[in-house]
Design a protein around this ligand. Structure first.
Ligand SMILES: [Zn+2]
Length: 599
């Protein structure tokens, strides 16, 4: 818990924060400390050393006018118990992970110690991993929750004659040119640099290495701001087997760590360009929720369709054609879209994040892992829901058809295919075949009324966000009610007797509730409720005002808040667990608040 540090924005475990230094000087994190400025005493910070401190002293007021940090020792250190006992008592602004350079020997050790450190310290305290940052690994360090790094490694390697690049180290002697535009590299040629005496050369190399690291930190900050650091990390780790191993270990071993920290929605596109993209929390979370938080409507036929490049799918040229040919029978049909990397997307969830927010390279070539993942999603969906349908129709070709046929074989399910081998799904013949088969299988015509289409979308979105049950509570008509859904797809707005209850926010792929909407489904929102103290919030609710918060709440979740003086709705700026554990920072952006009159 800190006095001089505040997290302002989160992107997974990465954060943008403000560390207040001397006087009014504020520094944004991720922060790069220049070692020489620290040694000259220009940055006023105080690191508490276990060896020379009486912990009682730490509570003296005069020690409180600068940010303070304490050292995190490895478990094997003889002084470790002292620090661990003291941790709950210490009100510090940052922790320094000691012996960090030892982490570079094993990717597993690297993951273990940094994640353990992040888990052990409060969320509103900065983590400083000293001496190991390079332009190559800085993005990954920040992605793991490191807030402060320094230029120690840049300086030391400079003195060793190493010229760092964004892709790793190079020996000055091996270069023919200086592949950089920093102030050092643009002021002299490589021959001049080589000709300098050893001290001058070392200083210039150290300066270049530091400037390069500085530039990298700026790039990382922009990525966090844009909410796409993950894509950048997937790109950056490619330069080294060590960094790639770290990311792969994180994806498999630290799922819980990232699940708690990954925003539930974003207003940008998720790019799935690498093998690691399949392992992203957003992908796993979507697949899990389709199974656990989605209840398909009761229909005769399940129709499997391929995805489209344009999102939401309904608005794409291919889906416009599919919908046109099945339109007369659509009331009998439930549509499920097959896609990589999300697996299967029910039509009703096509607007949700990330279903409407992803892009992948499409080549027609699939690797085994991608294929296995999509198969497992379809397998799990059918295993759970196949009994709800009378017939399954697959309008698929290529790999999607192969996957479907394998899964159907596995489960012993009969599927009607409407595309021939190597036929385009949008070809006239295929579309005609789909039309004919559907007509035969459905029998009588049954169009889908616009109202039903809209209701099922809103219901599914509410279930996906808040859990099964929330949706039907929201859209079911009670006696004396007139339910109306207005707006063009996907900008639907739900009202009851003229009171707006909820609206779709396509920019984030979420459903936003009004106070009236939240009241209506209050009981289903228990895990998405923030209990606040005895006050009437204005623009935002700060962490100290939070008494308790649902543990399922993630960054950008729509939440309800409730206290003795106020009831309202807003968007979470931190996870529910973090609201409870933090003493600083904005917990909820308030959208609408209703004052509770005292009895
Ligand atoms: Zn340079």
């Amino acid at each position: 818990m800190s006095k001089f540090y505040e997290v302002r924005k989160r992107d997974g475990a990465a954060r943008l924060g403000i560390l207040s230094l001397r006087g009014e000087k504020k520094q944004q994190t991720p922060l790069l400390f220049r070692v020489d400025s620290l040694s000259r005493g220009e940055e006023e910070i105080k690191v508490i050393h276990t060896e020379d401190t009486q912990f009682n002293d730490l509570f003296r007021d005069e020690l409180w006018d600068v940010p303070r940090g304490t050292v995190l020792l490895p478990d094997v250190h003889p002084l470790v118990t002292k620090v661990n006992e003291a941790i709950p008592l210490l009100f510090v602004d940052f922790y320094v992970l000691s012996y960090a350079s030892a982490l570079l020997t094993s990717p597993r050790e690297f993951v273990r110690r940094i994640i353990d450190a992040r888990n052990a310290i409060p969320p509103d305290v900065a983590l400083w991993v000293p001496s190991i940052a390079t332009a190559e690994n800085a993005a990954l360090l920040v992605y793991m929750g490191v807030d402060v790094i320094d230029d120690m490694n840049a300086v030391i390697t400079g003195y060793q004659g190493i010229y760092q690049t964004e892709e790793g180290d190079a020996r000055l002697s091996a270069l023919e040119d200086l592949p950089c535009n920093c102030s050092v590299c643009s002021s002299l040629r490589i021959a001049e640099l080589r000709g300098k005496n050893s001290t001058e050369k070392a200083l210039l190399l150290a300066e270049h290495n530091t400037l390069l690291l500085e530039k990298e930190v700026k790039k990382v900050k922009e990525r966090i701001r844009a909410g796409n650091l993950r894509e950048y990390v997937e790109l950056k780790v490619r330069t080294s087997p060590f960094l790639t191993a770290v990311l792969r270990i994180l994806d498999i071993d630290e799922e819980d760590f990232y699940e708690k920290r990954t925003p539930v929605a974003r207003n940008n596109c998720m790019m799935a360009n690498t093998m690691e993209s399949l392992k992203r929390i957003e992908v796993k979370r979507f697949a899990t929720r389709v199974l656990e938080r989605y209840d398909p409507p009761v229909r005769k036929i399940l129709l499997l369709l391929p995805c489209s490049a344009r999102k939401p799918y309904s608005l794409s040229p291919s889906h416009t054609k599919f919908i046109e040919v099945i339109d007369r029978y659509r009331g009998h049909i439930h549509e499920l879209i097959m896609t990589s990397p999300l697996g299967v997307v029910p039509r009703e969830l096509e607007v949700m994040y990330p279903a409407a927010f992803y892009d992948i390279p499409v080549t027609g070539y699939w690797d085994a892992e991608e294929r296995a993942w999509v198969s497992s999603c379809l397998h799990a969906y059918l295993e759970r829901n196949v009994r709800k349908y009378e017939q399954i129709v697959a309008h698929l070709s290529g790999m999607y058809k192969e996957i479907c046929s394998d899964v159907a074989g596995d489960l012993g399910i009969e599927v009607v295919y409407t595309c021939e081998e190597d036929e385009e799904v949008t070809s006239k013949e295929a579309l005609n075949r789909l039309k004919e088969r559907i007509a035969v299988l459905c029998g009588d015509e049954e169009r889908m009324p616009g109202f039903e289409k809209k209701t099922s979308l809103l219901k599914a979105m509410a279930d996906y966000q808040f859990g099964i049950g929330a949706g039907s509570e929201l859209v079911s008509r009670k006696e004396g009610e007139r339910i109306k859904i207005t707006g063009q797809f996907p900008l639907y707005k739900l009202s009851v007797n003229r009171d707006v209850l909820a609206r779709v926010v396509p920019e984030y792929g979420l459903l936003a509730l009004t106070v009236k909407g939240a009241r209506r489904i209050q009981h289903s929102l228990a895990s998405y409720t923030v209990h606040i103290g005895d006050f009437l919030p204005k623009g935002s609710i700060l962490a100290p005002g939070v008494v308790n918060a649902g543990e399922h709440i993630r960054v950008n979740d729509e939440v309800m808040f409730s206290g003795s003086k106020a009831f309202g709705v807003g968007r979470a700026r931190m996870g529910g667990w973090e609201m409870v554990e933090s003493r600083k920072g904005i917990a909820v952006d308030v959208r609408e608040v209703a004052e509770i009159e005292p009895d």
